[in-house]
Ligand binder design. Structure first.
Ligand SMILES: [Zn+2]
Length: 93
């Protein structure tokens, strides 16, 4: 592109109306890219194939999925048993 044309475009973009249009367009584009995190419902801009807003939410979901597996269920059972024992100990005091 010739230098003059480039300068012309740069000048046009400095025009408040065009700058405003560009800003609105960018906002609209951003808004359409945003998704809600399935875990905490927070809106965020996902990077490549990202589903959750943060590592925290990814971990929370991982944990939830893990609890559904036989190993996770077993671990949950043991944990609740432990809690029941602890409660029983407190009550017996
Ligand atoms: Zn989240």
């Amino acid at each position: 592109m010739p230098h003059e044309k480039l300068n012309l475009i740069r000048g046009l973009l400095r025009h408040p109306l065009l700058a405003e249009t560009a800003r609105v367009l960018k906002e609209e584009l951003d808004a359409s890219c945003y998704v809600n995190c399935p875990e905490c419902q927070q809106r965020f801009l996902p990077s490549h194939r990202q589903i959750y807003c943060s590592k925290k939410c990814t971990k929370r979901m991982d944990m939830r999925n893990w609890r559904k597996t036989p190993l996770g269920k077993e671990s949950e059972r043991k944990l609740s048993e432990k809690r029941r024992e602890q409660r029983a100990q407190i009550n017996s005091r």
